[in-house]
Design a protein around this ligand. Sequence first.
Ligand code: NAD
Ligand code: IPM
Ligand code: MN
Length: 348
Amino acid sequence: MKKKIVILAGDGIGPEIMAAALAVLEAAAPETFEFIEKPFGGAGIEAAGVGLPEDTLAACQEADAILLGAIGGPAGSPWEQASQTPEQGLLALRKELNLFANIRPIAVPDALLPLSPVKEAIVQGTDFVVVRELTSGIYFGEPRELGVSEAYDTCRYTVKEITRIAKIAFDIAMTRKKHVTSVDKANVLATSKLWRQTVETVAQDYPEVTLTHQLVDSCAMRIVQQPTEFDVILTENLFGDILSDEASVLPGTLGVLPSASHSDSGVSLYEPIHGSAPDIAGQNIANPASMILSAVLMLRQSFNLPDLADQIESAVYHVMNEGIVTGDLGGKATTSEFTQAVIAALGK
Ligand code: NAD
Ligand code: IPM
Ligand code: MN
């Protein structure tokens, strides 16, 4: 039976990088996957008036895995007036599927070392994972209100929510260098005080793992100053969003960073950490590596196909080593040229 993958190409560069990933999957493993394309984000609004159409959600619930490109329009887009914006559609999808664990691996392949804006000596050996809580915190807390002269959001976390994401981080650490850095703002925020206490409790079940607590402001500094010090960064929704984009400075672009989002037992979703990049959309110049590497995570984590995953990942790094890179990394390759080079490098 073919694996059923729901394809949410989305907006902006989403469809361009998705086409690249699907071409690579089809070339590496013909006839293995069934791709079911559904409108989502701005494309969902165009098709059905909302960011997450009912039919799209139903297809996702039935899928073996979900690949998502990116959603969102440029500032001032009419989609911002929709009853459910593209971004609200994305949050609704994460919530509906209970995708509370967002895994964002940050690695700098050798080929990218000289291209990093950070000194090579600092970046070399960078290999950490951001474990971002994805379905709670200030993104979802109630009440929230946008008034004329006042607005507010609510940041809320429960012990149950913190415990389950902390366990994921410690489990990942057990397969790596056994070091968790839990990032919070416990010198100010009540939610962070609860976060720190709860992570301490979870840590007691993992005596082999070293736990460090770090305040988010100094963590932001250390990510670019001493990135090799990190193994697993465990953090809440908003901090994880910001820190992972910051970490993209290490490889030199958002265009190479994938992510995986998991629930306790249901379907998982794989997407780049970046957005729809309206500034470069429609020009065939986006870096598709983030999307191809998201598909690689899917092969490993949803389908237990490590050899196929390794083959595609090696092809991506081989192409970068050859100096074939897109404009975000200072190269001249188009999206399709990079993709064709990856396909040609499969099995090399
Ligand atoms: P962005 O991540 O889309 O772009 C930031 C910068 O990185 C831009 O200069 C862009 O050109 C560049 N970039 C991103 N991905 C790239 C790639 N693959 N190749 C080359 N360059 C790349 O962030 P933004 O501009 O702040 O947001 C644009 C839209 O994306 C907004 O509507 C936002 O809400 C949405 N967004 C969606 C997601 C998602 O779908 N998961 C994530 C973040 C932002
Ligand atoms: C991401 C994005 C989303 C987030 C937005 C588009 C809702 O920035 O996936 O990182 O903030 O989670
Ligand atoms: Mn983000």
